[in-house]
Write a protein that binds this ligand. Structure first.
Ligand SMILES: C=C(O[C@@H]1C=C(C(=O)O)C=C[C@H]1O)C(=O)O
Length: 456
C-alpha cells in the first residue's frame, strides 16, 4: 500500500535491455535522438547518447547545487527501475552556470544583437532522458524512462520495443557533414584591451590583494553552413580521446547546444572515493616527438607555470579536507593533448561519510584552475574585466545518480551555439609574472579544438 506521501511523488519508471551489437554509429545515434539531446563521453566511462526529457530540473542562484540535489533525490526516490547493468541505472545529465547570480541578461554585439548566447541556459539544468543508449564494455544498452502520472511499466516496456526497432532499423552509418566554415568572427577582447586587463590583474597581484585570476575571452563565429554537432563530437572523440566530450541541449526553439571536449575533470565520486586533479599550466605541442619532450620538460621546470599549478593543487586539497578522512596528492606530470600540453597532478580522497557528489561539486567550484585566489577577489576581478557572460563555460557539467554518485567535468574547450552561430570561450591563469602577449597566444591555442571543427 502506498502512503499518501508516496502518492504525491513523481512516479518514475525505468527499463533497460541489452541491444544487438549492430547499433547505428555514434553519429547516426545522436542524429536519431529527439531534442533535447545529451552526449556524455568520458574517457573511462560508458558512453551515453540520449534524447528527450522525461523530467527536467532547473535551479537559480547561489543555492543551485542544493536545489538540484533536493529535486534529484525526490525524483529518484522510490523509482520503479529495472536497469540490468549499473551504467543503465537512472541518471540526470546537466550542468551549472559559472557565476551564481544569473547570466548577464543582455550583451551588445556589433550588429546590435542583444541576446546572450546563454539565454536558454538557467543557472542549473538537469535532464532525465526519455531514451538513452549506453555503450558499456559489455555492449550497448537501451533505456527508456518515464515520469509522471502516465508512467506505467507497460507503457515504458512498449516504448522500449519500439525504440529498439527504430534504432536497429536505422542505417548503421550516416554520411559526415562538412565543417560549416566561418563567414565572420568577432572577439570580445582586442589585443590592447587584453594587455590592459592582464596588466591590471598583475597590479592587483603585486598589491597583494590577489594571488591568481583566470581571465577568459569569447569568440563569436558566424557559420557558413549549418552546425552538425554529431559530426563535430565524432571528430573531437577521435582527436581528443582523453578528454570528456559532452553535449547539452536546452529545450529551445531554435535549437541551441553547449558542447566541447574538456581535459579537466572536476570530480568523480563512487561511494566514498573521490577522484579529481589539478590541471593548470600550459604549453604548446612540438613538431616532432623530441620537440614535444623538450616543451614538456621546460613546462615541468617553469617557475611561473609550476607556481600557478601548485596554487590549484593546494587549494583542491584544502577544499576536500573538511569532507575527507584522507587526501592523497599524486605526482605532477604532463597531460598531452592534440593541441596543448598541461601540468597535471592526480588527487584522490576518501570521504569520512556518505556525501552527495553535488556537495563536493559545490565545495570545489570554481577551482583556481578556472577562477582564482582568493576566490571572492578573483570572481570580482573576472566580473569587472570580462565583457561577456561566461554562462556555463568553465562550470561543472556531468551526471548524478540515485545514490549520489556522479562525475563532473569543467566545461572548457567548449562553445555555445545555434545552427548558424557559435560562441567559443578560452581562458588563462594570470599570476604575478604573466606576460600579456604570451597569455594571448595561450588563449589562441585553447580556442583551437572547437575552432578547427568550425573552419572549413
Ligand atoms: C581556462 C581554461 O583552461 C584552464 C587553464 C589552464 C592554464 O591556465 O594553464 C590550463 C587548463 C585549464 O585548467 C580554458 O581552457 O579555457
Amino acid at each position: 500500500m502506498e502512503s499518501p506521501r508516496a502518492a504525491d511523488r513523481p512516479r518514475l519508471v525505468s527499463r533497460s535491455i541489452p541491444l544487438a551489437d549492430s547499433v547505428p554509429s555514434f553519429r547516426a545515434l545522436v542524429d536519431e535522438m529527439e531534442p533535447p539531446r545529451t552526449v556524455w563521453n568520458a574517457a573511462d566511462e560508458a558512453r551515453v547518447v540520449a534524447g528527450g526529457a522525461a523530467a527536467t530540473l532547473t535551479a537559480d542562484g547561489p543555492d543551485r547545487f542544493r536545489q538540484i540535489r533536493t529535486a534529484a533525490e525526490r525524483l529518484f526516490e522510490a523509482g520503479d527501475v529495472h536497469a540490468g547493468t549499473e551504467a543503465a541505472c537512472p541518471r540526470l545529465f546537466g550542468g551549472f552556470a559559472f557565476h551564481s547570480d544569473g547570466a548577464a541578461a543582455s550583451e551588445t554585439t556589433d550588429n546590435g544583437d542583444h541576446t546572450s548566447p546563454w539565454a536558454e541556459f538557467p543557472d542549473a539544468r538537469f535532464v532525465f532522458p526519455r531514451v538513452q543508449v549506453t555503450q558499456t564494455e559489455g555492449g550497448p544498452w537501451l533505456t527508456v524512462n518515464a515520469v509522471g502520472p502516465s508512467a506505467t511499466p507497460a507503457a515504458v516496456e512498449a516504448k522500449l520495443d519500439d525504440e529498439r526497432e527504430r534504432l536497429l532499423s536505422r542505417a548503421a552509418t550516416a554520411t559526415a557533414a562538412p565543417r560549416p566554415g566561418i563567414t565572420d568572427r568577432r572577439r570580445t577582447t582586442t589585443p590592447t584591451g587584453w594587455r590592459t586587463a592582464v596588466r591590471n590583474a598583475v597590479e592587483r597581484i603585486d598589491a597583494g590583494t590577489l594571488r591568481k585570476v583566470v581571465l577568459a575571452q569569447a569568440l563569436e563565429a558566424d557559420l557558413g553552413g549549418n552546425l552538425a554537432v554529431p559530426d563535430i563530437l565524432d571528430r573531437l572523440s577521435e582527436k581528443y580521446p582523453d578528454c570528456t566530450r559532452f553535449l547539452i541541449e536546452p529545450d529551445s526553439e531554435p535549437p541551441a547546444a553547449f558542447f566541447g571536449a574538456t581535459p579537466e575533470r572536476l570530480v568523480s565520486l563512487r561511494g566514498r572515493t573521490v577522484e579529481t586533479g589539478a590541471l593548470a599550466g600550459t604549453t604548446g605541442r612540438g613538431e616532432t616527438p623530441a620537440e614535444d619532450e623538450w616543451l614538456a620538460e621546460e613546462l615541468l621546470a617553469d617557475e611561473k607555470n609550476v607556481h600557478e599549478h601548485e596554487l590549484v593543487a593546494e587549494t583542491i586539497r584544502e577544499q576536500l579536507a573538511p569532507f575527507a578522512a584522507s587526501v592523497s596528492v599524486g605526482e605532477r606530470g604532463i597531460k598531452r593533448l592534440a593541441t596543448v600540453q598541461h601540468l597535471h597532478t592526480p588527487i584522490t580522497a576518501e570521504l569520512t561519510e556518505d556525501t552527495h557528489v553535488l556537495d563536493v561539486v559545490e565545495a570545489l567550484h570554481p577551482t583556481p584552475a578556472v577562477g582564482g585566489l582568493p576566490p571572492d577577489r578573483a570572481l570580482e576581478t573576472i566580473r569587472e574585466t570580462e565583457p561577456f557572460d561566461r554562462g556555463w563555460y568553465a562550470a561543472p557539467v556531468g551526471w548524478i545518480d540515485a545514490a549520489g554518485n556522479g562525475t563532473f567535468a569543467v566545461g572548457l574547450r567548449s562553445a555555445v551555439a545555434t545552427q548558424r552561430r557559435a560562441t567559443l570561450f578560452a581562458g588563462v591563469g594570470i599570476v604575478d609574472d604573466s606576460d600579456p602577449d604570451a597569455e594571448w597566444d595561450e588563449v589562441e591555442l585553447k580556442f583551437r579544438p572547437i575552432l578547427d571543427e568550425l573552419e572549413a
